[in-house]
Each structure stands twice: as structure tokens, then as C-alpha cells.
Design a protein around this ligand. Sequence first.
Ligand SMILES: [Zn+2]
Ligand SMILES: [Zn+2]
Length: 347
Amino acid sequence: MSDVTAALITAKDTVTLRTFPQAAPPPGGVAIDIRLCGICGTDIHSFASGHLHSPAVCGHEWVGMVAATGAGVDGLREGDRVVAAVPPACGSCPECLRRLGDYCRTASLVARGRDPLAPPYGGFAGRIMVQATRVMRAHPDLTDEVAAQVEPATVAFHGVRRSRITPGDTVVVQGAGPIGLLALQFARTAGAGDVLVVEPSSARRRLATELGAINAVAPDEAAECVQDHTQGLGADLVIECTGVPRLLQTAVDLACSGGVVQLLSFLSEPATISADRWLAKQITVVASNAYTHDDFRRAMTFLADGRVQAEPLHSRTVRLDELEVTLRGLSAGPSDDIKVLVDPRRS
Ligand SMILES: [Zn+2]
Ligand SMILES: [Zn+2]
């Protein structure tokens, strides 16, 4: 078996290509030939800051083909097209034993890169080994470009599922990156009334309106726009998808009294808030982290029947050896790129 080439973020502003020996899958494991792997905001953050995540998290949005299965793997065969997911709730961890299966510790560790079978790299590689329970067969109606976005779509789906949205709610989405554009669409499928998007990039704003936002505005126009659309009340639900600490307070300022602020982005730095304004409005905060196994199945259904579109989010596909220059561009500041995919088969 030939060696596997993997791209790893090894330090601030540095991607290193390394080769790893290949092994046959151990019991319960599957080897996957990666077809496409998406670049996530966490990869960009890790590259730009030098705060390295588990190497297995670097490149966690992938679609590939099962190349080999280990002993005891049921329901997956060589040649099946699969996407990265998380295992079902384990049934035996402290959370599962307290009927908190949505918060299963074992599944969430795998989501954070602690698959015991995984090699010390992620999906920016020609081949990867994973626990069979954490992949899911890709819906046959999905193109590879959409299948590679099932993971971020599931992040958005999970957030909207937790958001307590009710039919007719006015929703504000802060940030029209991949998660924001997917959350906008899932909010509409969940019965949102008007969805307004706040985003500095005009290209992303245009896409947001194409995907169903009634209006998409620059940050300095947001307060007035939300007031206009809500008779001065504020939005029922504000979904924060920027990860910019100071915009946490802005999210509350855009919400109505009794409104919900949904935290769907990863804030890497502490945020300063005016808690008195949260209190005065009696805001409910709903935080959302990752997903469950079943969320993947459900989110994929929406992508397959076209109610949620990921194809327009795909900006371009690059080679493995272009990952460093691509990450440098994406971390340089506001960009019109939405989702960049890496194809390790290209050379
Ligand atoms: Zn991600
Ligand atoms: Zn569990």
C-alpha cells in the first residue's frame, strides 16, 4: 500500500505536507478515500492564530468512498460514498444514562477530533481511517460538492432545531458565511417569516437574498432595517454566525423584548456585553454546538430535495498543495469566497 499524503496546520501561517504509512482498517474501522474536504472557519482561525486544534479536526468536512472495512463493520461496503458525521449516542456515558443522549460525551469527543481510530490528520488527505459509526452514507441525489457541505449544513440545522423558532418569526442572521447562509435557509424551512441578513460583503449579501433573505444589509444599516421590518420591536430570533465577540451585544440589541439570541458561531475570545440590556429585554440565549447523528440524516434530506441549497455556496476547489496559499487568502480579511473545497486527488 502506498503512503498517504496529508496537509496539516502545524503552526501559525503554516501548512505542512506529510506522508503517513497506510494500514488496513482495524475492527470497527473503515478506510475512506477522500474526494473533497471543505475548509471550515475553524481551520482558517487555527491557521491565522496558531491556536492548533486536534489535528483530526483540521479538515472535518469531507465526502469520500469506502476503500476498505475492518472486521465487524455492518452496513458499509467498499465503494459506498460516505460523509463525515458523528456516532449515535453511546448509551452508556453519564449523559446517556441520564437520558441526555443529545449531549452524549462519547459522540461529542469524536466530533472534537478524538476518534480513537483516526490518524493524526484530518480530511485534507488522500485517505483517512475512522470509526465506521461516524460516517453516514451520502444521499445519492447529492453532488460531491454538496455532500462535502453536509457537515456545515448539519451545524446550521442543529442550531435552528434548538432555536425555538415559531412560524412567522422575524429572524436576523448575523454573518453570511457558509453557516449563516445555511441557517437562513433552515430558518425558512422551519417557518420563519421575514429573514434579514447582516453582512459586510456585498457579494455575500447578494447571495443571501437569492437564497431567501427578504433583505441583506451592511452592519451599519442593520439597526434601522430591523426596526423598519418589525414596527420598531426588534427581531424574534437573532442567529449569531460571525464569531466576532463585540457582535454578541449587537445580536441582543437587534432582538425584541422576550426575543431569542442563538449562538451558532464559535467565539474564540471573551466578549464584553451590557448585561443590563439583556436583562431589560428578558433575552433567552440558546447556544448550539455541533450536532447529533440523527441531525446529519435530517439535514441531508433538505439538501437532497433542494429545500436547502449548498451548491451556490461553493466558491472554488483547490489542490492539497494549494491549502496554505488558500488559507492565507481566506484569513487575510473579508472575502467574497464562501466555501472553498480541497480535492486531494488533483495534482
Ligand atoms: Zn466545520
Ligand atoms: Zn453517550
